[in-house]
Design a protein. Structure first.
Length: 438
């Protein structure tokens, strides 16, 4: 795009012109960043920098977070018998997450200015700015500092070189400078200190970094230590070839939030129907169920279990072969990790945070059936992670262990990184299709 200021015939008017010629058309890529990230832009703003944006936001938002008697009373009730400041912050965050519903109503300047804390308490609902405001007021009532953070909640990772807040920022979250923590109570089921996947690693505007200054920061990334899943499946087959299994899934970080959010979105009692659909979508014929605790219970790690039946899974007594049953696993399992890596190449980046997934499947075969050959173990290491698998037979029991680690220095896989990450995904996919001979 070419252009800039040009001569004006009116002495009192500045004239600016830009032109864009022969811009190449790009087909959208499923799973990539927003088209805004790579489309030509003209951004015009009256803000000199993003620090000024933060100051302008706080001028209207800060008075809304004043500690009133009503706010003080609620804060004291929530933190009764809790003396540690960080534990108090967690209790207040959990309360806002579970007691203030998300409802966005924009009147007058409501799109950029929150309601006051008392009004939010009384209504028991609000948008993201209101969530930040009431949490800020409750924290202040206990002497805990916090400030709003502006970020994009969707697929936009681009940040303009000039300060144009409405071009990218559509969401507000909370920063606790004394604990170096970012919180998003609007997510409703995100544990304390956990951000939704769509926010990991993004550029964001902290309106007060603890020193009284606003600045652009990068939100925390997911990594193999704090974004992980551990899956254990037990599958038994009878002499008719029917498979029956159970699974236990534990999560950390954004995977914990993702599992909670999925179950929180379900109507009570539909879990068996969802299980049947998941089995069908993964090429398995059967029935099943998900058993889970209350996803809104943020005080405990979220662990859920599965149970499933796959009739006619194998033909016994053999000889024959079966794939390692996938059954009902986690929602972010190894099999689904590389779904966006089908194309041989990409022109645009794709969101792909780091993670670690450990899967163990213990298969029990019926009497009279023995394993004649196991798949070869796999071990691949690249600069973006690793994948390994092992297979061990002991009598009628086969134990399959698979581990995937993704280590990306950023929230995105860039086009030049894509082929190497895809290669690791293809290796994992081949291993997932390997068979046990009997």
């Amino acid at each position: 795009m070419n252009g800039g200021q040009v001569a004006s015939n009116d002495p009192g008017t500045q004239l600016w012109k830009w032109s864009l010629d022969n811009a190449p058309a790009h087909a959208p890529e499923l799973g990539s960043v927003s088209v805004i990230d790579h489309s030509p832009h003209l951004v015009v703003t009256t803000f000199p920098n993003f620090e000024a944006v933060g100051t302008a936001y706080m001028q209207r938002a800060q008075p809304k977070a004043v500690v009133t008697p009503a706010v003080q009373k609620v804060a004291d009730q929530i933190t009764e018998n809790i003396t540690d400041p960080k534990a108090q912050a967690e209790a207040l965050y959990n309360w806002v997450s579970t007691h203030i519903r998300y409802v966005a109503i924009y009147l007058d300047f409501g799109g950029v200015v929150p309601h006051d804390a008392d009004a939010i308490l009384k209504a028991a609902y609000g948008d993201c700015k209101d969530h930040v405001t009431i949490l800020q007021a409750l924290l202040a009532a206990k002497g805990i500092r916090s400030s709003p953070v502006l970020v994009n909640s969707g697929e936009i990772y681009w940040l303009p070189r000039v300060a144009a807040p409405l071009a990218v920022f559509d969401h507000a979250i909370t920063y606790l400078p004394d604990f170096k923590l970012f919180l998003d109570s609007t997510a409703s089921v995100a544990p304390f200190g956990t951000l939704p996947i769509s926010e990991l690693g993004k550029s964001a505007l902290v309106t007060d970094d603890g020193s009284g200054n606003a600045k652009i920061v990068s939100l925390p990334l997911g990594d193999a230590d704090n974004m992980s899943e551990e899956v254990t499946l037990h599958v038994s087959l009878n002499s008719d070839g029917d498979a029956k299994g159970t699974g236990e899934i534990s999560n950390k970080g954004a995977f914990d939030w993702l599992s909670r959010a999925l179950f929180a979105s379900l109507e009570p009692g539909v879990e068996p129907e969802v299980a049947s659909r998941i089995l069908a979508m993964t090429g398995q014929n059967g029935t099943g169920n998900y058993v889970h605790r209350d996803p809104h219970d943020l005080a405990h790690p979220f662990v859920y279990t599965t149970e499933f039946q796959l009739p006619g899974y194998a033909q016994f007594p053999g000889p024959g072969a079966i794939r390692v049953p996938q059954g009902l696993s986690s929602f972010g399992n190894i099999a689904s990790t590389f779904e966006a890596f089908g194309p041989e190449k990409r022109d645009f980046a794709i969101p792909f945070p780091s993670r670690h997934i450990a899967e163990t499947t213990i298969i029990t075969l019926p009497d009279g059936v023995t394993v004649s050959a196991l798949p070869k173990p796999v071990n691949i290491v690249s600069r973006f992670g690793s994948y390994s698998s092992s297979y061990e037979a002991n009598g009628h029991t086969v134990t399959v262990t698979r581990n995937l680690t993704i280590s990306i220095q950023g929230p995105l896989v860039q086009p030049d990184q894509y082929p190497e990450v895809r290669k690791m995904g293809l290796t994992a996919a081949r291993d997932l299709r390997s068979q046990l001979l009997y």
